[in-house]
Design a protein around this ligand. Structure first.
Ligand code: CO
Length: 503
């Protein structure tokens, strides 16, 4: 019988150090006084060095080496049961990723990306791509090296994407995206030609921010977000952070003249938070207590935000309450309101895109990243290529870099390979929701009754409670009985927007 105790004790130490670091980061984004930034960076650097030492130092190596060959990752005892094999494989993989990069490389990468983020922020404001270009060139070079350190089979980009979406290759994503792209472009074209466009000017009227805040909280509690184990605070950019299933926090920001913004970001983050609260506490600190991938995480937030909270049944329940809070909405009815919150409009900025055009923003980033990492595309060619692809995919072209190639923080952070997870989240979500509805034929009636436990229980049982037991593609296959495909997502969109735009 294999003894995992020593290893699990160390994993627990590591998880505690990391969760403390996450609390400190949460504080930095919410309540920290402005002047405390410099010392805060030192605190975080110290905590991250401590965590790294626990995770890759001699005690950990010694404990892991009794069970796994540290070089190859092969499990030493052949008679290990499959669950424990999977467990050890994941622990080794995390250890390998954390330890395979030489200390000098990690230091260089972290110094470069920290500088680059500051340079990017300033250069973006001045619309100066050339100021950012040399930094991005270095980042691309280091990311190629990083991919080589991690190791790859088909293309180096796979290694980078694998940090976020284990088991996914550029080839698989490319095939999924190309089918998705055709379907989306066709739908967007139909929407563009429709004479029946919703008029959403009403939503830009003044909406009391305190009431907006309160309504968002009412809804997320109804969804099942437990405020005994969570809380909501304000921050510049909405985010979710979980320290343990008993402490999962969300943030948002509220605008008086854009009532959609706070509400949909609140329910988006609550979707992430429900996942974190639903991870099995008994496996906390081990891979089975962690989310399956960034894309699976995003599937949860996008399902709640778009497929549930932008659905008609959802508002058939909540619209009376919303009108009570904001009497101005009595000027319209629930059908019109539903159309207003689902306006489709090709636009320049990814984070403001609607659910139909969103994935196209991701695809162009994916294609550009692949060319940078796999095909030697020169960074200086980026702005032109960006505009070309915007025209091809969305039919709009930015007038400056700020609204174009320089809009996202990800590249300046060295997070090349991250973007695909966002769009994959849409595909996972549609496939999961299809199966939920199949399992519960009266599903939409439960939503219409403001009853979310059918959905939440389904997600708890099939997704949340399983942690990282399966890689995303295997999880989808296991849960839905089918391979990952863009068809369910496209079907969902076509069905929904046919009514909204009377196509
Ligand atoms: Co999200």
């Amino acid at each position: 019988m294999i003894n995992l105790k020593e290893l699990k004790d160390l994993l627990m130490e590591y998880a505690k150090a990391q969760s403390v670091s996450a609390i400190v980061q949460w504080d930095q984004e919410t309540y920290m006084p402005d002047g405390a930034g410099e010392f805060r960076s030192e605190q975080l650097a110290w905590l991250s060095a401590l965590a790294h030492e626990i995770h890759t130092g001699s005690r950990f190596q010694h404990a892991l080496a009794k069970l796994v060959d540290l070089e190859s990752g092969n499990i030493i005892d052949d008679k290990t049961d499959p669950d424990t094999k999977r467990f050890l494989a994941l622990v080794w993989k995390d250890y390998h990723y954390a330890s395979v990069l030489p200390a000098a490389f990690v230091e260089e990468f972290s110094r470069l990306t920290s500088q680059s983020q500051q340079v990017w922020a300033k250069a973006r404001m001045k619309n100066d791509f050339n100021a950012f270009r040399p930094y991005l060139e270095k980042i691309v070079d280091l990311c190629k090296k990083q991919a080589d350190y991690y190791g790859w089979t088909l293309t180096p980009y796979d290694a980078l994407m694998g940090q976020y979406e284990p088991g996914m290759t550029a080839e698989t994503v490319g095939n999924l995206f190309s089918e998705l792209k055709d379907g989306l472009i066709e739908l967007i074209e139909a929407v563009r030609k429709s004479p029946n466009k919703p008029d959403d000017r009403l939503l830009k009227e003044s909406f009391d921010t305190e009431k907006q805040w309160m309504f968002g909280l009412e809804v997320v509690e109804k969804m099942g977000y437990n405020l005994n184990f969570g809380r909501q605070d304000r921050s510049a950019h909405p985010f979710t952070t979980g320290f343990h299933p008993t402490d999962v926090r969300i943030t948002t920001r509220v605008f008086e003249n854009d009532m959609k913004s706070a509400f949909f970001s609140t329910v988006h983050e609550a979707g992430h938070a429900l996942y974190e609260q639903g991870l099995p506490a008994e496996f906390f600190s081990t891979p089975f207590g962690e989310a399956a991938s960034y894309g699976i995480h995003e599937s949860q937030s996008r399902m709640w935000e778009n497929m549930i909270c932008r659905s008609l049944p959802f508002w058939q329940y909540f619209y009376p309450r919303l009108k009570e809070l904001f009497p101005i909405l009595k000027e319209t009815d629930v059908i019109n309101f539903y159309r207003m919150i689902n306006v489709v409009e090709p636009s320049l900025i990814r984070v403001e895109a609607d659910e139909v055009t969103y994935s196209l923003h991701i695809m162009l980033r994916f294609e550009i990243e692949k060319m940078l990492i796999n095909d030697g595309l020169n960074v200086s060619e980026l702005p032109d290529l960006w505009n070309e692809k915007m025209k091809e995919y969305l039919g709009v072209v930015p007038e400056d870099y700020k609204m174009g190639v320089m809009q996202d923080v990800h590249w300046s952070m060295g997070a090349i390979g991250y973007f695909p997870s966002y769009a994959l989240g849409n595909l996972y979500a549609a496939q999961f929701l299809n199966k939920t509805v199949k399992d519960h034929p009266g599903f939409w009636d439960t939503i219409r009754a403001g009853e979310f436990s059918v959905l939440l229980n389904w997600l708890r049982n099939h997704i949340h409670s399983r942690g990282r037991q399966l890689d995303p593609l295997d999880l989808v296959k296991d849960v839905s009985g089918e391979m990952l495909s863009p068809k369910p997502f496209l079907h969902y969109l076509k069905n929904k927007y046919k009514d909204i735009y009377e196509l």
